[in-house]
Write a protein that binds this ligand. Sequence first.
Ligand SMILES: *[C@@H]1O[C@H](CO)[C@@H](O)[C@H](O)[C@H]1NC(C)=O
Ligand SMILES: *[C@@H]1O[C@H](CO)[C@@H](O)[C@H](O)[C@H]1NC(C)=O
Ligand SMILES: *[C@@H]1O[C@H](CO)[C@@H](O)[C@H](O)[C@H]1NC(C)=O
Ligand SMILES: *[C@@H]1O[C@H](CO)[C@@H](O)[C@H](O)[C@H]1NC(C)=O
Ligand SMILES: *[C@@H]1O[C@H](CO)[C@@H](O)[C@H](O)[C@H]1NC(C)=O
Length: 561
Amino acid sequence: MKPKMRMLLSLLLSVWLAYGELLETDQPISVPEDWEYVEQLGPLEEVELTFALKQQNVDRLKDLLELVSDPDSHHYGKYLTLEEVASLVRPSQLTEKVVLTWLQSHGVKNCRNIHTRDFLQCSMTARVAETLLPGTKFYRYNRDGQTVVRSPSQYSVHDDVSQHLDFVGGVLRFPPKGREVSTGWAGPGRFGSNFHLGVTPTTLRTRYNMTAADVGTAANNSQAVAQFLEQFYHPADLAEFMGLFARGFKHHTEVERVVGRQGGGKAGIEASLDVEYIMSTGANISTWVFTNPGRHESQEPFLQWMLLLSNMSTVPWVHTISYGDDEDSLSTAYMNRINVEFMKAGLRGISMLFASGDSGAGCKHLAKENVFRPSFPASSPYVTTVGGTSFKNPFKISYEVTDYISGGGFSNVFAMPDYQVKAVKAYLKNMQALPPKSYFNSSGRAYPDMAALSDNYWIVSNLVPIPWVSGTSASTPVVGGILSLINDQRFLKGLPSLGFLNPRLYKLQGTGLYDVTEGCHLGCLDEKVEGNGFCAAVSWDPVTGWGTPNYPALLTALLQG
Ligand SMILES: *[C@@H]1O[C@H](CO)[C@@H](O)[C@H](O)[C@H]1NC(C)=O
Ligand SMILES: *[C@@H]1O[C@H](CO)[C@@H](O)[C@H](O)[C@H]1NC(C)=O
Ligand SMILES: *[C@@H]1O[C@H](CO)[C@@H](O)[C@H](O)[C@H]1NC(C)=O
Ligand SMILES: *[C@@H]1O[C@H](CO)[C@@H](O)[C@H](O)[C@H]1NC(C)=O
Ligand SMILES: *[C@@H]1O[C@H](CO)[C@@H](O)[C@H](O)[C@H]1NC(C)=O
């Protein structure tokens, strides 16, 4: 095409767009049903937006992560400091200049940077935000007393800046619905009785072969839970829980550090669950709680937490998170960028564990045919995703089978990473009864990676012991605590942390894990799949991953190199 012609075309295009360039064209635009409209924001009310600046060396980041996470590489465990990560990904001077000039030309002055300089957080009035991002109009919404400010319509940015930004946070995405942590007994019909053993720290430590001596001792070890759904844990609940249930092994009864806003009011079951159980398997290890980062109603708490990690040079080695959203409700630009943030963490030797979700394969109802519905970040290739199991015999600490709620499946967005190709292909090949091919994308990243018990936990919330709490929000901190203990033993030997575990986990091919081979999880309730998703099988499967931890064996396998 002749340059003149091209210019004319692009001129026409920009006139047609009128506004500039859209950054998140595939972001579904709608207000989720559970959010109720309150009012339009006054022109002088403040909004706080997060600008994701284009980073440098993203491809190198990916290669480096592969090297430091591959146990057969000479670079295994040679992690980077936050400064080193910053010097890799820091946006170019041009990018910073263009974005700042654009902001300043709109009178936006109040911006804060983070250490890696790849996010910029700016506050401005709604009027300024609406001219800065043509297409936006900010409204206030309410869900159960929590308010957020969002503009649920496509936004664009000036042509000149579009190539310097990945997305703008605080505009489109609403906080997802909290996963219903189930607190009901599945019903007498299921086991023919109203009684169940229940899972306590003792149950877990027995099943996973942990002795009283298996507690943390290294001085510099630490672990964290993060949660974003306006839930709080109460220190008094934790103390009572530990007193009641954590018998026979040394443990902490207090959280070392709370980062973020610990609101008042009633404790949340999910928040109590996370902290009580990471401190039961990861016993005697210093524990942090990241809670509802993001003070402003126009911020996205999950995104705020990611910023926080890149703005703190010392953070815990293991993070467990029971949070997720439907993959199809998020833009590719957003998810790709969150993946880069996970890579940045992995390069620093930090392990990120996400719950696989509580709806099995999930289901998206389409006009003609249904499809399974993966969840993100569970479907990210750069995190370790944890599914759920139950005891086959609920009265005996023994053999585990699939918990039918255990989230799992195949991403529709991210390609299958190399580390899992062999395992996943073997499953697809050997499995006799797979769901119809149209229900899932067999070339996508498959999850979960491993699992743990997720059924019938005891917790203490608002000073009351509560039985029958279930979900992968339970199994994830249990696995997190166990990885923290392995880190602890590694530190004592002078070895680096486990970091991004998956490349090493898949090389183990199940060593150190109890393989879960029975049961199927939920899928679509339609004639074709009749409520089923995938089924567990020998070796890796998209329901329980490689299986559940046998602590001493897993420790042995992960204590070299
Ligand atoms: C990042 O940390 C620095 C120094 O602690 C602080 O001044 C800055 O405001 C932080 N950035 C954000 C976005 O919170
Ligand atoms: C773990 O526990 C099982 C069952 O109690 C036992 O057979 C096994 O020897 C224990 N140790 C290891 C390393 O598997
Ligand atoms: C608990 O951890 C501390 C270090 O944080 C260590 O000094 C102590 O020995 C540990 N306790 C036990 C029983 O191992
Ligand atoms: C399947 O996943 C790949 C990435 O792994 C993607 O490129 C492709 O578009 C997906 N197909 C469908 C139908 O979603
Ligand atoms: C943790 O401390 C031990 C000594 O207690 C040291 O050998 C090890 O290198 C440290 N590990 C990290 C990751 O800082």
